[in-house]
Design a protein around this ligand. Structure first.
Ligand code: 5GP
Length: 112
């Protein structure tokens, strides 16, 4: 787990962790783009959504349900957005699948 999020899972670098279970970890983004900006990651290394396989289906469902749970925990009842950037052109900068949860302000559409 030499990637930066792997190091957060292993507690080798610190993060503001808001949720953890056997399969997933959620922590505050270091460079928030909204009043609430949390990342949900699987503990199993999947570099990007496009590399997920059918065997990962239950885990992917778990990550979405984790996003829902974290949004409730963070009082985002007025609305929130869940984003996955897949690949360089989409702005993915960390090679471990992660879901962004963004909320706490009105979000424009379409994204840039
Ligand atoms: P991406 O651009 O890959 O979709 O999202 C990566 C996100 O990870 C960015 O929003 C960035 O701010 C966040 N990030 C990068 N390094 C760290 C870190 O060391 N700690 C935390 N908490 N967030 C990070």
């Amino acid at each position: 787990m030499s990637d930066i999020f792997g190091k957060i899972i292993q507690r080798k670098i610190s993060a503001d962790i808001v949720y953890e279970d056997d399969l997933a970890l959620a922590f505050k983004d270091i460079n928030p783009q909204a009043p609430t900006h949390i990342l949900v990651i699987p503990k199993q290394l999947i570099p990007r959504l496009s590399e997920a396989t059918n065997e990962d289906s239950a885990l992917l469902g778990h990550l979405l349900m984790t996003a829902k749970k974290v949004a409730e925990q963070e009082n985002l009842a007025d609305g929130y957005r869940v984003v996955i950037n897949n690949g360089e052109q989409a702005g993915q900068s960390v090679d471990r699948l992660h879901l962004h949860i963004l909320g706490g302000r009105r979000l424009s559409w379409p994204p840039g």
